[in-house]
Design a protein around this ligand. Structure first.
Ligand code: C2E
Ligand code: MG
Ligand code: MG
Ligand code: MG
Length: 277
Protein backbone atom coordinates (compact mmCIF):
# COMPACT_ATOMS: atom_id res chain seq x y z
CA UNK A 1 0.00 0.00 0.00
CA UNK A 2 2.72 2.43 1.06
CA UNK A 3 4.81 1.42 -1.91
CA UNK A 4 1.77 1.85 -4.14
CA UNK A 5 1.24 5.41 -3.06
CA UNK A 6 4.72 6.24 -4.23
CA UNK A 7 4.49 4.43 -7.55
CA UNK A 8 1.22 4.28 -9.44
CA UNK A 9 2.44 1.48 -11.70
CA UNK A 10 2.84 -0.75 -8.69
CA UNK A 11 -0.85 -0.44 -7.83
CA UNK A 12 -1.88 -0.91 -11.42
CA UNK A 13 0.14 -4.09 -11.75
CA UNK A 14 -1.17 -5.38 -8.46
CA UNK A 15 -4.79 -4.79 -9.45
CA UNK A 16 -4.33 -6.52 -12.78
CA UNK A 17 -2.76 -9.46 -11.06
CA UNK A 18 -5.59 -9.61 -8.55
CA UNK A 19 -8.13 -9.52 -11.35
CA UNK A 20 -6.57 -12.42 -13.23
CA UNK A 21 -6.34 -14.46 -10.04
CA UNK A 22 -10.06 -13.91 -9.51
CA UNK A 23 -10.75 -14.74 -13.12
CA UNK A 24 -8.71 -17.94 -12.93
CA UNK A 25 -10.46 -19.02 -9.76
CA UNK A 26 -13.78 -18.44 -11.46
CA UNK A 27 -12.75 -20.58 -14.45
CA UNK A 28 -11.47 -23.35 -12.19
CA UNK A 29 -14.70 -23.43 -10.22
CA UNK A 30 -16.80 -23.73 -13.37
CA UNK A 31 -14.85 -26.50 -15.07
CA UNK A 32 -17.10 -29.34 -13.93
CA UNK A 33 -20.36 -27.67 -14.87
CA UNK A 34 -18.84 -26.51 -18.16
CA UNK A 35 -18.06 -30.14 -19.04
CA UNK A 36 -21.57 -31.25 -18.06
CA UNK A 37 -23.23 -28.41 -19.98
CA UNK A 38 -21.01 -28.98 -23.00
CA UNK A 39 -19.70 -25.44 -22.94
CA UNK A 40 -16.47 -26.47 -24.67
CA UNK A 41 -16.80 -26.00 -28.43
CA UNK A 42 -14.52 -27.52 -31.02
CA UNK A 43 -13.51 -25.24 -33.88
CA UNK A 44 -11.76 -26.55 -36.96
CA UNK A 45 -8.94 -24.81 -38.78
CA UNK A 46 -8.59 -26.14 -42.35
CA UNK A 47 -5.24 -27.31 -43.69
CA UNK A 48 -4.48 -27.16 -47.39
CA UNK A 49 -2.01 -28.93 -49.63
CA UNK A 50 0.74 -26.49 -50.60
CA UNK A 51 0.82 -27.84 -54.15
CA UNK A 52 -2.75 -28.68 -55.09
CA UNK A 53 -4.31 -26.04 -52.78
CA UNK A 54 -6.88 -28.68 -51.88
CA UNK A 55 -8.32 -29.19 -48.41
CA UNK A 56 -6.41 -32.00 -46.67
CA UNK A 57 -7.85 -31.90 -43.15
CA UNK A 58 -8.13 -29.69 -40.08
CA UNK A 59 -6.84 -29.02 -36.59
CA UNK A 60 -9.37 -29.16 -33.75
CA UNK A 61 -9.07 -26.14 -31.45
CA UNK A 62 -11.11 -25.81 -28.27
CA UNK A 63 -12.99 -22.68 -27.15
CA UNK A 64 -15.08 -22.14 -24.04
CA UNK A 65 -18.59 -20.77 -24.62
CA UNK A 66 -19.66 -19.31 -21.29
CA UNK A 67 -23.30 -19.18 -20.24
CA UNK A 68 -23.38 -15.43 -21.03
CA UNK A 69 -22.36 -16.17 -24.63
CA UNK A 70 -18.75 -15.02 -24.25
CA UNK A 71 -16.20 -17.12 -26.14
CA UNK A 72 -12.98 -17.70 -24.21
CA UNK A 73 -9.82 -18.51 -26.18
CA UNK A 74 -7.76 -21.56 -25.14
CA UNK A 75 -4.71 -19.61 -23.99
CA UNK A 76 -6.89 -18.20 -21.16
CA UNK A 77 -7.66 -21.61 -19.67
CA UNK A 78 -5.30 -24.28 -21.07
CA UNK A 79 -2.25 -23.13 -19.03
CA UNK A 80 -4.46 -22.96 -15.95
CA UNK A 81 -5.83 -26.45 -16.52
CA UNK A 82 -2.31 -27.74 -17.15
CA UNK A 83 -1.43 -26.54 -13.66
CA UNK A 84 -4.43 -28.04 -11.86
CA UNK A 85 -4.63 -31.26 -13.87
CA UNK A 86 -8.03 -30.60 -15.47
CA UNK A 87 -6.35 -30.65 -18.87
CA UNK A 88 -6.33 -34.46 -18.77
CA UNK A 89 -10.12 -34.52 -18.82
CA UNK A 90 -10.40 -31.63 -21.23
CA UNK A 91 -8.06 -33.22 -23.78
CA UNK A 92 -10.03 -36.45 -23.50
CA UNK A 93 -13.29 -34.53 -23.92
CA UNK A 94 -12.00 -32.86 -27.09
CA UNK A 95 -10.68 -36.14 -28.46
CA UNK A 96 -14.02 -37.84 -27.82
CA UNK A 97 -15.98 -34.96 -29.37
CA UNK A 98 -13.82 -35.07 -32.51
CA UNK A 99 -14.24 -38.87 -32.78
CA UNK A 100 -18.01 -38.42 -32.49
CA UNK A 101 -17.99 -35.70 -35.13
CA UNK A 102 -15.87 -37.73 -37.55
CA UNK A 103 -18.21 -40.71 -37.12
CA UNK A 104 -21.17 -38.44 -37.80
CA UNK A 105 -19.53 -37.12 -40.99
CA UNK A 106 -18.78 -40.67 -42.05
CA UNK A 107 -22.43 -41.65 -41.60
CA UNK A 108 -23.50 -38.60 -43.60
CA UNK A 109 -21.18 -39.64 -46.42
CA UNK A 110 -19.00 -36.52 -46.14
CA UNK A 111 -15.48 -36.52 -47.47
CA UNK A 112 -13.33 -38.10 -44.74
CA UNK A 113 -10.17 -36.12 -43.98
CA UNK A 114 -7.99 -36.41 -40.87
CA UNK A 115 -8.49 -34.05 -37.93
CA UNK A 116 -5.58 -33.41 -35.58
CA UNK A 117 -6.20 -33.04 -31.86
CA UNK A 118 -3.85 -31.32 -29.38
CA UNK A 119 -2.65 -33.38 -26.44
CA UNK A 120 -0.96 -31.53 -23.60
CA UNK A 121 2.28 -32.95 -22.19
CA UNK A 122 0.43 -33.19 -18.86
CA UNK A 123 -2.03 -35.63 -20.44
CA UNK A 124 0.85 -37.82 -21.55
CA UNK A 125 2.04 -38.43 -18.03
CA UNK A 126 -0.73 -40.69 -16.83
CA UNK A 127 0.08 -44.31 -17.37
CA UNK A 128 -2.87 -45.68 -19.31
CA UNK A 129 -3.12 -42.76 -21.73
CA UNK A 130 -2.66 -44.81 -24.91
CA UNK A 131 -5.14 -47.50 -23.84
CA UNK A 132 -7.61 -44.77 -22.95
CA UNK A 133 -7.44 -43.02 -26.32
CA UNK A 134 -7.51 -46.34 -28.13
CA UNK A 135 -10.60 -47.48 -26.26
CA UNK A 136 -12.37 -44.18 -26.97
CA UNK A 137 -11.76 -44.33 -30.70
CA UNK A 138 -12.73 -48.00 -30.75
CA UNK A 139 -15.99 -47.19 -28.97
CA UNK A 140 -16.89 -45.01 -31.97
CA UNK A 141 -15.83 -47.71 -34.41
CA UNK A 142 -13.62 -45.15 -36.15
CA UNK A 143 -10.33 -45.84 -37.94
CA UNK A 144 -7.36 -44.16 -36.20
CA UNK A 145 -6.22 -42.76 -39.54
CA UNK A 146 -8.95 -40.13 -39.15
CA UNK A 147 -7.52 -38.73 -35.91
CA UNK A 148 -3.99 -37.39 -35.58
CA UNK A 149 -2.26 -36.26 -32.40
CA UNK A 150 -0.40 -32.97 -31.98
CA UNK A 151 2.23 -32.98 -29.29
CA UNK A 152 4.39 -29.98 -28.46
CA UNK A 153 8.11 -29.95 -28.55
CA UNK A 154 8.47 -29.23 -24.86
CA UNK A 155 6.60 -32.45 -24.18
CA UNK A 156 9.24 -34.45 -25.91
CA UNK A 157 12.56 -33.25 -24.57
CA UNK A 158 14.84 -36.01 -23.48
CA UNK A 159 12.25 -38.34 -22.10
CA UNK A 160 12.30 -42.06 -22.71
CA UNK A 161 8.82 -42.55 -21.38
CA UNK A 162 7.40 -40.22 -23.99
CA UNK A 163 9.48 -41.92 -26.63
CA UNK A 164 7.76 -45.20 -25.68
CA UNK A 165 4.35 -43.53 -25.62
CA UNK A 166 4.85 -42.28 -29.15
CA UNK A 167 5.70 -45.80 -30.26
CA UNK A 168 2.52 -47.11 -28.63
CA UNK A 169 0.42 -44.41 -30.31
CA UNK A 170 1.99 -45.39 -33.63
CA UNK A 171 1.19 -49.04 -33.03
CA UNK A 172 -2.40 -47.99 -32.36
CA UNK A 173 -2.42 -46.36 -35.80
CA UNK A 174 -2.26 -42.68 -34.87
CA UNK A 175 -0.05 -40.25 -36.74
CA UNK A 176 1.93 -37.93 -34.50
CA UNK A 177 2.56 -34.30 -35.36
CA UNK A 178 5.30 -32.36 -33.59
CA UNK A 179 3.55 -29.07 -32.79
CA UNK A 180 5.13 -25.61 -32.49
CA UNK A 181 8.42 -26.82 -33.91
CA UNK A 182 11.10 -24.16 -33.61
CA UNK A 183 9.51 -22.31 -30.72
CA UNK A 184 11.39 -24.12 -27.96
CA UNK A 185 14.66 -25.82 -27.15
CA UNK A 186 16.75 -28.64 -28.64
CA UNK A 187 14.56 -28.98 -31.69
CA UNK A 188 17.17 -30.82 -33.69
CA UNK A 189 17.92 -33.32 -30.97
CA UNK A 190 14.19 -34.01 -30.72
CA UNK A 191 14.05 -34.87 -34.40
CA UNK A 192 16.93 -37.26 -34.13
CA UNK A 193 15.54 -39.08 -31.11
CA UNK A 194 11.87 -39.54 -31.89
CA UNK A 195 9.89 -40.48 -34.89
CA UNK A 196 7.28 -37.94 -35.88
CA UNK A 197 5.17 -38.28 -38.98
CA UNK A 198 4.93 -34.54 -39.44
CA UNK A 199 6.55 -31.47 -38.01
CA UNK A 200 4.53 -28.30 -37.72
CA UNK A 201 6.71 -25.25 -38.27
CA UNK A 202 5.73 -22.72 -35.62
CA UNK A 203 4.41 -19.33 -36.66
CA UNK A 204 7.53 -17.70 -35.22
CA UNK A 205 9.62 -19.53 -37.86
CA UNK A 206 7.19 -18.73 -40.66
CA UNK A 207 7.50 -15.07 -39.65
CA UNK A 208 11.23 -15.25 -40.54
CA UNK A 209 10.27 -15.36 -44.21
CA UNK A 210 11.54 -12.19 -45.84
CA UNK A 211 14.63 -12.17 -43.67
CA UNK A 212 17.76 -13.55 -45.35
CA UNK A 213 19.18 -15.56 -42.46
CA UNK A 214 15.72 -16.59 -41.31
CA UNK A 215 15.03 -18.08 -44.72
CA UNK A 216 18.32 -20.00 -44.62
CA UNK A 217 17.31 -21.40 -41.26
CA UNK A 218 13.92 -22.52 -42.57
CA UNK A 219 15.57 -24.02 -45.59
CA UNK A 220 17.91 -26.16 -43.48
CA UNK A 221 15.26 -27.21 -41.01
CA UNK A 222 12.86 -28.39 -43.68
CA UNK A 223 15.66 -30.22 -45.54
CA UNK A 224 16.63 -31.98 -42.33
CA UNK A 225 13.08 -33.02 -41.48
CA UNK A 226 12.49 -34.20 -45.04
CA UNK A 227 15.69 -36.25 -44.95
CA UNK A 228 14.29 -37.97 -41.85
CA UNK A 229 11.19 -38.82 -43.86
CA UNK A 230 8.90 -36.42 -42.03
CA UNK A 231 6.20 -34.34 -43.63
CA UNK A 232 6.03 -30.61 -43.03
CA UNK A 233 3.04 -28.46 -42.15
CA UNK A 234 3.53 -24.71 -41.81
CA UNK A 235 1.46 -22.89 -39.18
CA UNK A 236 0.45 -19.26 -39.04
CA UNK A 237 0.79 -18.64 -42.77
CA UNK A 238 -0.76 -15.25 -43.42
CA UNK A 239 0.68 -13.86 -46.65
CA UNK A 240 1.11 -14.95 -50.23
CA UNK A 241 4.88 -14.34 -49.92
CA UNK A 242 5.05 -16.86 -47.08
CA UNK A 243 2.96 -19.31 -49.06
CA UNK A 244 5.21 -19.05 -52.15
CA UNK A 245 8.36 -19.46 -50.10
CA UNK A 246 6.99 -22.55 -48.33
CA UNK A 247 5.86 -24.06 -51.64
CA UNK A 248 9.39 -23.66 -52.96
CA UNK A 249 10.72 -25.48 -49.89
CA UNK A 250 8.37 -28.34 -50.74
CA UNK A 251 6.29 -28.01 -47.61
CA UNK A 252 3.37 -30.42 -47.64
CA UNK A 253 0.54 -28.62 -45.88
CA UNK A 254 -0.35 -25.04 -45.07
CA UNK A 255 -2.40 -23.84 -42.11
CA UNK A 256 -3.06 -20.19 -41.39
CA UNK A 257 -5.19 -17.12 -41.86
CA UNK A 258 -4.09 -16.83 -45.50
CA UNK A 259 -6.44 -19.72 -46.28
CA UNK A 260 -8.74 -19.75 -43.26
CA UNK A 261 -9.16 -18.95 -39.59
CA UNK A 262 -10.45 -21.68 -37.29
CA UNK A 263 -14.14 -22.24 -38.11
CA UNK A 264 -17.23 -23.32 -36.16
CA UNK A 265 -18.19 -26.88 -37.03
CA UNK A 266 -20.96 -26.00 -39.50
CA UNK A 267 -18.69 -23.72 -41.49
CA UNK A 268 -15.98 -26.36 -41.67
CA UNK A 269 -18.61 -28.81 -42.85
CA UNK A 270 -19.23 -26.47 -45.79
CA UNK A 271 -15.52 -26.70 -46.64
CA UNK A 272 -15.81 -30.50 -46.64
CA UNK A 273 -18.78 -30.34 -48.96
CA UNK A 274 -16.98 -27.98 -51.34
CA UNK A 275 -13.96 -30.30 -51.31
CA UNK A 276 -16.24 -33.01 -52.70
CA UNK A 277 -17.27 -30.95 -55.70
P1 C2E B 1 -1.59 -24.56 -31.57
O1 C2E B 1 -1.89 -25.99 -31.37
O2 C2E B 1 -0.22 -24.21 -32.02
O3 C2E B 1 -2.69 -24.01 -32.57
C1 C2E B 1 -2.47 -23.00 -33.51
C2 C2E B 1 -2.91 -21.65 -32.98
O4 C2E B 1 -2.51 -20.65 -33.91
C3 C2E B 1 -4.42 -21.52 -32.85
O5 C2E B 1 -4.70 -20.63 -31.79
C4 C2E B 1 -4.79 -20.85 -34.17
O6 C2E B 1 -6.02 -20.15 -34.13
C5 C2E B 1 -3.62 -19.91 -34.34
N1 C2E B 1 -3.41 -19.55 -35.76
C6 C2E B 1 -3.59 -20.34 -36.84
N2 C2E B 1 -3.27 -19.69 -37.98
C7 C2E B 1 -2.86 -18.44 -37.61
C8 C2E B 1 -2.40 -17.30 -38.35
O7 C2E B 1 -2.28 -17.29 -39.58
N3 C2E B 1 -2.06 -16.20 -37.62
C9 C2E B 1 -2.16 -16.16 -36.26
N4 C2E B 1 -1.81 -15.04 -35.64
N5 C2E B 1 -2.60 -17.24 -35.53
C10 C2E B 1 -2.94 -18.36 -36.21
P2 C2E B 1 -5.79 -20.96 -30.67
O8 C2E B 1 -6.97 -21.63 -31.28
O9 C2E B 1 -5.98 -19.71 -29.89
O10 C2E B 1 -5.06 -22.04 -29.78
C11 C2E B 1 -3.92 -21.70 -29.04
C12 C2E B 1 -3.26 -22.92 -28.44
O11 C2E B 1 -4.11 -23.52 -27.46
C13 C2E B 1 -2.99 -24.04 -29.44
O12 C2E B 1 -1.84 -23.74 -30.19
C14 C2E B 1 -2.81 -25.22 -28.52
O13 C2E B 1 -1.51 -25.22 -27.96
C15 C2E B 1 -3.79 -24.89 -27.40
N6 C2E B 1 -5.02 -25.71 -27.60
C16 C2E B 1 -6.12 -25.46 -28.33
N7 C2E B 1 -7.02 -26.47 -28.21
C17 C2E B 1 -6.46 -27.38 -27.38
C18 C2E B 1 -6.89 -28.66 -26.84
O14 C2E B 1 -7.97 -29.20 -27.13
N8 C2E B 1 -6.03 -29.29 -25.98
C19 C2E B 1 -4.80 -28.75 -25.65
N9 C2E B 1 -4.02 -29.44 -24.79
N10 C2E B 1 -4.37 -27.58 -26.13
C20 C2E B 1 -5.19 -26.89 -26.99
MG1 MG C 1 -1.70 -27.63 -32.42
MG1 MG D 1 1.09 -25.14 -33.17
MG1 MG E 1 1.41 -22.44 -31.70
Amino acid sequence: QIKGRRDRHYIFYDELNHESIQENRELEEHFETALENEEFEIWYQPKYSAHSRKLVGAEALVRWRRADGALIPPLKFIPLFERNGNIIRLDEYVFRAVCRQQKEWQKQGQKMLPVSVNISRVSLYYSSVVEKYESIIRSFDLDSKYIQLEITESATIDNNEIFNLLEQFHTAGFKILLDDFGSGYSSLATLNRMHFDTIKLDKSLVDYIGDDNGEKLLNSITKLAQSFGMEITAEGVETVEQLMFLCNLDCDDIQGYYFSRPLPVKEYEECLKEACM
